[in-house]
Design a protein around this ligand. Structure first.
Ligand SMILES: C[S@@+](CC[C@H](N)C(=O)[O-])C[C@H]1O[C@@H](n2cnc3c(N)ncnc32)[C@H](O)[C@@H]1O
Ligand SMILES: [Zn+2]
Length: 170
């Protein structure tokens, strides 16, 4: 099936992903692809930029992270928004191999051609969300309800199985 999305420059940040065709609420748009790496591997390495908050990592589960720097697809360009039109849904494989879990980006409302796709990265850090950290993770989504940071309040733990981006060393 031809893709309904395209990557191009975004007003939010760098590259973003945009709808080429109407996308209906509930539609599974794209998988967040990339290499499976353990948290330990990622934390020990130099993936991501700790000072800017730039990351292509996505926390898959307690064992693995999806590293879209390696074998990533168009989904790695989707930006965060405080008023998203998509969500990241975790699909848990039935077997024991947690590397087989997958993340899909799905529409939470109808999306018109030309609209930028976004989801809430759901980032919470192990450490206190200080002013400095909130600034490193500053949000430029432009939504009326923008909190100014991509970091989520720690108490806002969602019960639903949703994926979340990983900050290096969280
Ligand atoms: C998976 S990348 C998304 C693609 C990114 N725009 C790029 O060109 O590399 C995630 C990174 O994009 C940036 N980003 C995404 N959404 C943002 C937002 N709402 N405000 C500011 N920066 C954002 C952050 O640096 C984040 O770590
Ligand atoms: Zn925002």
């Amino acid at each position: 099936m031809p893709s309904k999305i395209v990557a191009r420059r975004s007003q939010i940040h760098g590259n973003g992903v945009f709808a080429k065709e109407p996308i209906r609420k509930g539609e599974r748009i794209v998988e967040y692809k990339g290499a499976r790496r353990t948290h330990e591997e990622v934390d020990a390495g130099d993936t991501g930029d700790v000072d800017s908050g730039h990351t292509f990592l996505f926390t898959l589960n307690d064992e693995y992270v999806i590293d879209a720097n390696l074998r990533g697809n168009i989904a790695r360009w989707i930006n965060h928004s405080c008023k998203p039109n998509c969500e990241a849904i975790l699909h848990e494989d039935e077997g024991d191999d947690r590397r087989k879990d997958r993340v899909f980006i799905e529409a939470i409302r109808d999306i018109e051609p030309g609209e930028e796709l976004s989801y809430n990265y759901g980032i919470t850090l192990a450490e206190k969300h200080t002013k400095e950290l909130k600034a490193i993770w500053a949000c430029r989504c432009g939504a009326g309800n923008c909190t100014g940071t991509m970091l989520q309040p720690k108490k806002d733990k969602k019960k639903k199985k949703k994926g979340k981006k990983k900050k290096k060393k969280d």
